[in-house]
Ligand binder design. Structure first.
Ligand code: GLA
Length: 388
């Protein structure tokens, strides 16, 4: 893959590139908590985007999307959104750098990889973080990783028009081999937990559906959470977000809530508690207990937060019935994408077969499954490797 991307770069631009990789992510638990200043527990995975890049001495970005086999040039003196979807992730990053007064000189770029698009594995965050990392390296800006994460998130807000939280970009930049990372999305403190699951595997089951509700409902959920916070602020002025809210506060003021908003807020508060407990499970090495929290998270996302869909529920239910699985739940924004499953290695093939058969029978769709390995965040790819 990386070899092909480098070869295409040389063919198109006739120079030697620098090569950067940036991964997609999974999230073990802590869903729809990031924009509520709560906790998440993601990891970077071996589904990655590669960037072959070099300065070109002009004021133009000449970009080639390897997987789509499409090229386009963009002036860097007047950067704005375009109707070319893939280019917006790149231009969004350039715009953020320029806003922060970094000079972005012209460059040539070929990028592509194996992060499935629309599967909820954050291919867009991988693209944004990868380009930020690559330009930071190329032009020696000296930008800290966290600042690149924030720029990548802003690029998503302003150029992809998705009001995402910080989790995906954080995971892509801060991933660590065989570790999950708990991020406090308020203080931005983070802690790595070893995730050496020798006898288990993280298996992603890709529904291959993406319901059109996804982004509008995402923004609606954000508003519903804010509505809940506003109600409680009248009683507890110190509250800033659902992170500061307890289940007791909610139940005391339930009568003032619209029932839907009440369920949304309850879910978020419970999910934050689950992340903290799940991290304690990890510390004790109790993966059974950890898995139970994943199942509970799915139930909350399905019934209270209502961001699941029949296909995800079907796969989560099947996984719950299987003795090969410690825990399973929908992952990411919802309304499609993947479930994440903790599966016993000894029963991996059996699990994959059973899930594939069941999904085929129910929806007539051939399930895609991925075994995710946990890798490091965005990095340079050593040249000898890229030359191979
Ligand atoms: C999407 C967003 C993230 C996060 C998840 C839900 O992946 O990009 O910021 O909100 O949904 O946990």
């Amino acid at each position: 893959m990386v070899e092909d991307i480098v070869a295409r770069f040389k063919e198109l631009f006739k120079t030697e590139p620098v090569v950067v990789r940036s991964p997609g992510r999974v999230n073990l638990i802590g869903e729809h908590t990031d924009y509520n200043e709560g906790f998440v527990l993601p990891a970077a995975i071996n589904k990655e985007i590669y960037f072959a890049i070099a300065p070109n001495g002009t004021q133009t970005m000449r970009a080639h999307a390897f997987d789509l086999d499409e090229s386009a040039d963009f002036s860097l003196t007047d950067v704005h959104r375009t109707d070319k979807g893939w280019a917006n992730y790149l231009l969004g990053v350039v715009a953020q750098l320029q806003k922060a007064n970094y000079e972005v000189k012209g460059f040539d770029l070929v990028f592509g990889g194996n992060v499935p698009i629309g599967a909820g594995l954050s291919s867009s965050a991988a693209v944004e973080c990868g380009l930020a990392y690559a330009l930071n390296y190329l032009y020696a800006y000296g930008i800290e990783r966290f600042d690149m994460v924030k720029m990548a998130q802003k690029a998503e807000h302003e150029y992809a028009l998705v009001m995402c939280g910080i989790m995906d970009q954080f995971a892509s930049m801060f991933g660590k081999h065989n570790h999950v990372v708990k991020l406090d999305c308020r203080s931005l403190e983070y802690q790595y937990y070893p995730f050496n699951i020798d006898d288990y595997r993280i298996v992603l089951c890709d529904t291959q559906v993406k319901h059109s509700l996804a982004s509008s409902e995402y923004n609606t959920r954000r508003q519903e959470c804010e509505t809940g916070v506003a109600i409680l602020q009248k009683h507890y002025p110190q509250i800033h977000s659902l992170r500061d809210v307890t289940l007791e506060m909610l139940s005391q003021h339930q009568a003032e809530f619209d029932p839907v908003v009440y369920r949304r807020c309850t879910y978020v508060v419970q999910e934050n508690l689950r992340v903290e407990e799940a991290c304690q499970d990890l510390e004790r090495g109790d993966l059974e207990a950890f898995g139970q929290k994943m199942f509970a998270s799915h139930k909350g996302l399905q019934h209270d937060y209502e961001v699941s869909c029949p296909e995800l529920d079907f796969l989560a239910d099947k996984a719950r019935d299987s003795d090969a699985v410690l825990g399973a739940r929908m992952m990411g924004g919802g309304f499609g994408g993947c479930t994440i499953n903790l599966v016993k290695l000894a029963q991996l093939d059996e699990f994959t077969r059973q899930m594939t058969e069941a999904y085929q029978e129910q929806y007539g769709i051939t399930l895609k499954t991925y075994v995710a390995e946990i890798v490091d965040g965005s990095s340079l790819v050593p040249l000898d490797f890229s030359k191979k």
